[in-house]
Design a protein around this ligand. Structure first.
Ligand code: CLF
Ligand code: SF4
Length: 297
């Protein structure tokens, strides 16, 4: 609620369904899947489906050009008046496709100025785009950080592509963690409200997330969302964690409880798909598919 927050912050989150638990019953969000490429490899990712950093693996969203995405937003905004936020969360990484992501946000700023813009990224390229993020008034950014210790990170991220070259193993994990924290610090400096997502992978990072929580809090993270790995054998093996199980509800709660007292935890995440439309937990993406749009105008 407003009393626990620094002045001015409540006004910025009160209609954001992810940042404010009370908003999620009243305000809708939509994702536009304009970002197909990715600049890292997560072992839990199956590239055939949406980025599992933010979304449910095993669902393939309809790829949109920036023009198609803007058109879709305008139609949805008309049909769902309580739409408050438009996010880009994949299906790859929003900032591995900066031209598409920012062209879309720029057009939305002009054509739908009342909507809040939200960006979700693995953070590798984040520090390079802070000025553009601020210039467009994107005041909600999510960075998915599942490890800071390179020994843990190397078990999650086999490689990254950074500065025109590929890095692997410990070196890759170290660069990625450094870039994620740098991006977070820069957002905090500029007053952008940053949320951190972590994917809980039993046996790999479950004992590491408490210290991660403290580290991101120290750098100004507003909210920490610990999401269970969703393993979906029906959709084939993930890249490098074949057979890896997701946590049970009890395991997830145990880690969340252990983190209490640090960065504030988000507990109402519904792990949306990269083209989700509606209230959290509600999926109206089919209703607003490209084919359906013409009939809706
Ligand atoms: Fe989308 Fe993410 Fe913005 Fe929300 S979702 S880009 S912050 S507008 Fe929300 Fe969905 Fe959880 Fe994401 S419930 S998966 S945290
Ligand atoms: Fe897949 Fe990870 Fe890239 Fe998301 S950030 S698309 S989960 S490799």
């Amino acid at each position: 609620g407003p009393d626990e927050l620094p002045p001015g912050v409540w006004d910025r989150i009160k209609d954001h369904p992810c940042y404010s638990e009370s908003a999620h019953h009243h305000y809708a969000r939509m994702h536009i899947a304009v970002a197909p490429a990715c600049n890292i490899q997560c072992n839990y990712c199956n590239r055939k489906y949406d980025c599992s950093n933010e979304s449910r693996p095993g669902v393939v969203s309809e790829r949109l050009t920036p023009e198609q995405a803007v058109r879709k937003v305008l139609v949805v905004a008309k049909r769902i008046p309580r739409l408050s936020v438009v996010g880009i969360a994949g299906p790859g990484d929003a900032l591995a496709n900066p031209d598409k992501t920012f062209a879309t946000f720029r057009a939305l700023r002009e054509q739908a100025p009342g909507l809040k813009l939200c960006l979700s990224t693995n953070g590798l390229a984040l520090a390079d785009h802070i000025d553009e993020i601020c210039a467009l008034g994107i005041d909600h950014v999510t960075i998915t950080i599942s490890a800071l210790d390179p020994l843990v990170g190397a078990r999650i991220y086999p490689w990254i592509f950074h500065g025109h070259r590929r890095y692997e193993g410990l070196e890759a994990a170290k660069i990625l963690a450094g870039r994620q924290l740098l991006g977070l610090e820069k957002l905090t400096e500029r007053g952008v409200l940053a949320k951190i997502n972590s994917v809980l992978i039993p046996g790999i990072n479950d004992h590491h997330l408490v210290s991660l929580n403290r580290e991101v809090k120290a750098r100004g993270a507003f909210l920490h969302n610990i999401m269970p790995l969703i393993s979906d054998p029906a959709h084939g093996t993930v890249f490098g964690l074949a057979g890896q199980r997701g946590p049970t509800a009890q395991q997830l709660k145990a880690v969340q409880d252990e983190c209490s007292g640090g960065a504030q935890l988000m507990r109402h995440c519904r792990q949306c798909r990269a083209d989700a439309v509606g209230l959290l937990g509600e999926d109206r993406s089919e209703e607003f598919s490209l084919d359906a749009l013409d009939a809706l105008v």
